[in-house]
Design a protein around this ligand. Sequence first.
Ligand code: PMP
Length: 355
Amino acid sequence: MSVELDFKRESPKRQGNIWEQDQLRAKKEAWSIGYNFHASDSPFILSEVQVDLSKHAFFEGKNVPLSEAKINIATHGFLYGTAVFSGMRAYWNEEAKRLFVFRPYDHFHRLLNSARMMAMNIPYDEAGLIQLTLDLLRTDNWQEDIYLRPTIYKADMGIGVRLHDLKDEFSMFVMAFEKYVKNDANAHLTFSSWRRIDDNVIPARGKVAGAYANSALIKTDANRAGFDEAIVLDSNGHVSEGSAMNIFMMRDGVLVTPPSTDNILEGITRRSVMELARNELGLEVVERSIDRTEVFIAEELFMTGTAAQIVAATRVDYRPIGSGVMGPVTTKLRALFDDVVRAKLPKYKDWNLEV
Ligand code: PMP
């Protein structure tokens, strides 16, 4: 099969929609024969979100334009992946005309725990980091849904792989953010051939930058094979999670998710969804190991994460899940979650930090 590979040669504008449709078809064909496109060419993912360099970031102790927040190529965190991070979101409530950060205390608590595992120390506690966040968000007066990326990294320059006797820095940048998974109401998943990192390899419950090479392999191979996302098994063969999201299934009317001892990241969205399912939907929620084949016979399946939010999975390796469309529990949880993150449910207002 011959496929025209250099799509960028002609302007899409000149040939309008027909060109675009052809391009997509050719790309899909090329994907099906395994041609290696740049990720942004994938018809299966969106996440084409760019940072705005004129916005501010917290870097080396102060807020600076993101364009000035630069590290040297000899920095330890860059050379060895010795950094820990979190991904937080803040949501714009259009009626209230207010921005709300979702569960910042929990995010910073997990971040500081990750830092502890990686022998890192910064001069801020959760309250101090929340104050930095408020200052940063107020600097740019954000009025839309955004994503925040706080990072603690080994900031010394030079060679020598270790954790001790190195200086640590905290940084944070902000960017506008909408969807992470394009097909978030009908995602098609596959089982990854990669295994989830084991807690005895790199702390699985820590959010360690270097460990995301594992997530990147998982995501890219799934997307290149035509899937939206992958389910990853741990080294014991149990379902752990996705590339950067936790997983839930409805089985016999019970909501089931892997326990925190099955090499998952202890997700804050996961914790929130468990609470909403119990309190608002009256569901029984069970944390237990999940076998691969249980997924195929689940009534519903969804994934959760700060970036992904709640993604309904309706097919796994070409097998329809339940009726093959988003089920009632997933539908209700998605609606509830969207209200909760925008501070529309007073009962959960402790989860929303008003900026
Ligand atoms: N697992 C992994 C590996 C992740 O990177 C993420 C995203 N932080 C999650 C799960 C979901 O965690 P959270 O809900 O806290 O974003």
